[in-house]
Write a protein that binds this ligand. Structure first.
Ligand code: GLN
Ligand code: ZN
Length: 769
């Protein structure tokens, strides 16, 4: 390496890397360990091998400073819980008996103890384990994992930077432990936590860390003055330590806002900021606080959570404007590369020309290095890379896939009226009652029935060519007949076909829509050993032919009772896919909505009286900052109304959402203009029903009375009690009776019993009206 390229290399870094390995070796080793087929030592060896492979990949690409400590057997927030010694009381025995088994007990629970709760990591599809803290929490430093992984990387001769979840974010992500008052604020534990971080930092320093990164993504959310003060105090104290490595405080997923001046003033040595959206405005904000004199700025200019090639020229412009604003400017991805697949080279089914538009983790590492070289040595040094990049961007911009004139013309012609039903909600309910003839407290389910081994085998048989399409479809039809026969016998009112033909509620539609790409190996960690392969919204979206109509009409032909058609809504299609970055999200949502609108129209024309459009992701893709909510909700609700707005007044539109915490979007839910909504509510004892009522939600609603996340069968009495509670919030004329969510993860035995109890409960409560 010349001195110049060595200098450039030192300027390229990342915060984290996919953990699983090219063939998901980590998943296999961990699940093998759980089943007793892989020893603890073998699991540790696989993990160490993967870490080494990944560091080498980064170093070979030219990344000058590799991250350590980002690796995890399950989740980096759980690793932080271990690092600060905040093991919940109920798990201490298991942890004391065996550290590895105790770790997995916290993650997954055992026969005797419940796991930690799991929730989404900011607005990504990664889930972390929620720390449980209380006034009695005693922290104790355990730097073993961090020191161990740093030592491994240093032994390879690499420059390495340990990455830790920062203390403020850790506390802000925590919740009160069971038995602790629900208004307990974990942030009050900051003074107790900082000495533990100080100890870990000293240990890392002693082990050879020059720099340590503290991740504080919670500071990109709206924060109260008290929370900002806590951040200021945390970094004043950690900065004042004498025996410490240099500190890099990292933020990502959005701009820092009010936290920027706080961190800019803090006595730390560097900040990492996200420049992927509205880069120019963020540069201005940084200039407005006087830049970062004397500090290192790590500029996240390569999007760490999307899969498109970077616009290298635009990134260099951003980097150029940053040069005067800090002591040293490094180039990075905007966040850990955990959120993207590993390597596009593994994809064999994507057109090679289109594959050049994509950058997964390995390709992003190369982009970062190229940018660092351009920054250090001028664009002349990367002329070939820039030319190739311009050609790839042009090929994408000019492609028929990304610019389908018919789709564009249709989207441009959308009017307000298209997104509006012909009659307001209050007027169309009568037509629907007449059309459907349902009893009070109608019973229904959310769509899927158990995905049995037979169904999965049928799909595998079809893929492997052991059965043909006709054979496969006969298996699906026979499953539909069984599901319907059960529902009739159980006495349900609005039936479903059970979704046996669907592998996944997004992938199933993505595979049938033009403009979507599927990957073969594009795995991304969702939680623990669960990986998903999000499809890619690559081009303009259209629906070449009906997607669900024949299954729904087949189901309807088997029964006299109304069958509900079942679609995934446009917002959820976006939320669980990689989205385009070359047009606003709202434009992509509109295209998907128009394709789904065609499906809704075909279902209605085929005689489907009730159509459900699932939007479980509506709440979870709410932007991190309140100032951005209105714009998001505006395009999101419009997309839903565009999907459903074309039906006759007598056709009943349902929607479904899971997860609690709806209070802040009740207005948006009303703006969907659906006739009926079903929601998860059983675990929270009908909390959402009360929230809907408190906001004067005027429509029909089915707060779930059967918790489908557990194999437990709720008794008829229990279900009756929940229904009576729901009735206190929602009047009988508007109350539906249904489970929390789809039944695909349940077994048939518990599904049968639980739904029989649900129908019995509805009958009991009807008798009391
Ligand atoms: N209709 C889908 C099902 O029943 C809904 C799934 C979901 O809400 N995530 O499985
Ligand atoms: Zn659901």
């Amino acid at each position: 390496m010349t001195t110049e390229s060595a200098a450039a290399a030192a300027r390229a870094t990342v915060y984290g890397y996919p953990r699983q390995g090219q063939n998901r070796e980590l998943k296999k080793a961990i699940e093998g360990y759980w089943k007793g087929r892989v020893t603890a030592d073998a699991l540790r060896a696989t993990a160490a091998d993967l870490r080494r492979t990944h560091w080498r990949q980064l170093a070979d690409a030219g990344i000058g400073e590799v991250p350590t400590g980002d690796f995890s057997y399950y989740d980096h927030v759980l690793d932080t819980t271990v690092m600060v010694g905040a093991i919940p009381r109920r798990h201490r025995e298991a942890v004391a008996a065996d550290r590895l088994d105790g770790y997995f007990a916290m993650a997954r629970g055992t026969q005797d103890v419940a796991p930690l709760e799991m929730t989404k990591w900011f607005d990504t599809n990664y889930h972390y384990l929620v720390p449980e803290l209380g006034p009695d929490t005693v922290f104790a430093a355990d730097s073993g994992k961090q020191v161990g992984e740093l030592t491994e990387a240093l032994a390879l001769g690499l420059t390495a930077r340990p990455v830790l979840v920062g203390p403020v974010t850790y506390l802000l992500l925590a919740k009160p432990a069971p038995g602790v008052a629900s208004d307990f604020d974990p942030l009050t534990l900051l003074d107790r936590l900082l000495p533990v971080y100080a100890e870990v930092l000293a240990d890392l320093r002693a082990a050879g860390a020059g720099w340590v990164q503290l991740d504080e993504p919670a500071l990109v959310q709206d924060r109260t003055p008290a929370e900002l003060n806590a951040a200021a105090r945390a970094y004043r104290e950690l900065g004042a330590l004498t025996d410490r490595p240099k500190l890099l405080v990292a933020s990502y997923f959005d701009r820092l806002g009010d936290a920027l001046p706080v961190l800019a003033k803090a006595p730390v040595d560097g900040l990492a900021l996200d420049f992927t959206e509205s880069a120019a405005a963020h540069v201005d904000a940084l200039a407005a606080v006087g830049g970062l004199p004397g500090k290192r700025l790590v500029a996240g200019v390569v999007n760490g959570r999307n899969i498109w090639v970077n616009d290298l020229t635009a990134s260099l412009t951003t980097l150029g404007t940053l040069l005067g604003l800090a002591d040293r400017v490094d180039v990075a991805a905007s966040c850990s590369l955990l959120h993207v697949p590993l390597d596009t080279a593994a994809e064999r089914d994507i057109d090679p020309q289109i594959l050049r538009w994509l950058a997964f983790a390995r390709q992003k590492a190369t982009e970062i290095v190229t940018l660092a070289q351009g920054l250090a040595r001028g664009t002349g040094a990367i002329a070939a890379e820039l030319a190739a990049n311009r050609a790839d961007l042009a090929s994408r911009a000019n492609s028929r896939l990304t610019h389908d004139p018919a789709v564009r013309a249709r989207a441009a012609a959308v009017t307000d009226a298209d997104a509006r039903r012909s009659q307001p909600y209050g007027e169309r309910t009568a037509a629907q009652r007449a059309h459907l003839g349902l009893p009070l407290l109608p019973t229904t389910t959310i769509g899927s029935f158990p995905q049995t081994t037979e169904l999965r085998t049928a799909r595998a048989d079809l893929r492997a060519g052991r059965i043909d399409t006709a054979g496969y479809e006969e298996r699906i039809r026979s499953e539909i007949r069984e599901v319907l026969a059960f529902q009739e016998k159980a006495g349900l009112d609005v039936l479903v076909h059970g979704e046996p033909e669907r592998n996944d509620m997004v992938q199933y539609f993505a595979e049938q829509l033009t403009g979507y790409l599927a990957t073969q190996h594009g795995w991304v960690q969702s939680y623990g050993t669960r990986y998903v392969r999000p499809p890619i919204l690559a081009g303009d979206i259209s629906r070449p032919e009906p997607m669900t109509v024949r299954w729904t009409t087949y189901a309807q032909s088997c029964t006299e009772r109304p069958v509900k058609g079942m679609l995934t809504g446009p917002v959820t299609m976006l939320a669980w896919s990689f989205v385009r970055d070359d047009q606003p999200l709202g434009a992509t949502a509109r295209q998907v909505a128009l394709a789904l609108r065609d499906e809704v129209g075909d279902l209605e024309a085929a005689g489907t009286p009730v159509i459900q459009v699932d939007e479980p992701a509506l709440r979870e893709t709410l932007p991190l900052r309140a100032a951005d909510h209105a714009a998001y909700l505006s395009w999101a609700t419009e997309a839903f109304r565009l999907t459903t707005g074309g039906v006759r007044p007598g056709t009943q539109i349902h929607t479904h959402m899971c997860y609690a915490e709806f209070g802040d979007i009740v207005q948006a839910i009303d703006d969907l203009d659906a006739d009926v909504i079903s929601l998860e509510a059983a675990r929270s004892h009908m909390q959402v029903a009360r929230e809907l009522a408190a906001h004067g939600y005027p429509r029909e609603a089915g707060p779930g009375v059967y918790d489908i996340h557990s194999p437990r069968v709720p008794s008829a009495e229990e279900t009756t009690a929940l229904l009576r509670t729901a009735l206190k919030a929602i009047p009988a004329e508007r109350l539906w009776v249904n489970p929390d969510c789809g039944l695909k993860t349940r077994g048939w035995a518990e599904t049968r019993a639980s739904l029989e109890n649900l129908v019995a409960a509805a009958r009991t409560v009807r008798g009391e009206l």
